[in-house]
Design a protein around this ligand. Structure first.
Ligand SMILES: [Zn+2]
Length: 120
């Protein structure tokens, strides 16, 4: 399976969309900064502000459980998936194309060291 272009994935899968999937309801909002209950450690109170997200930066941090990262990190952490699977999952749920990391035209082609292919 080809790798994933995580830079393209971050651009394609914004934090706001991931928070929407998680049903995040901010308890406070200032500009593009949101505070609310943490989807990771499941804050008991809906008015908790331990979780901070900055939509402009696409970054989040929880002051209670200390976790933080970008949108992909958040989905991977909440759904307990490795980053690769988390991106595939997010693309499917949000209806985005998967940003596969395709080998460019200048990528060297590896040849099998002159060993002939085993015939039938
Ligand atoms: Zn937390």
């Amino acid at each position: 399976m080809p790798g994933i272009d995580y830079r393209a994935a971050r651009a394609r899968l914004p934090l706001a969309d991931v928070l929407g999937l998680l049903g995040f309801v901010p308890a406070a909002r200032r500009g593009r900064q949101l505070r609310g209950p943490c989807p990771l450690h499941c804050s008991r109170s809906a008015t908790s502000r331990s979780f901070a997200a900055h939509l402009g930066k696409g970054a989040w941090h929880c002051f209670r459980c200390g976790a933080g990262g970008n949108a992909l990190d958040l989905w991977a952490a909440v759904t307990r998936q490795p980053p690769h699977a988390a991106v595939l999952d997010l693309c499917e749920r949000l209806g985005r194309d998967v940003p596969w990391l395709l080998p460019g035209p200048r990528a060297p082609r590896h040849r099998a060291g002159g060993t002939p292919m085993p015939g039938p």
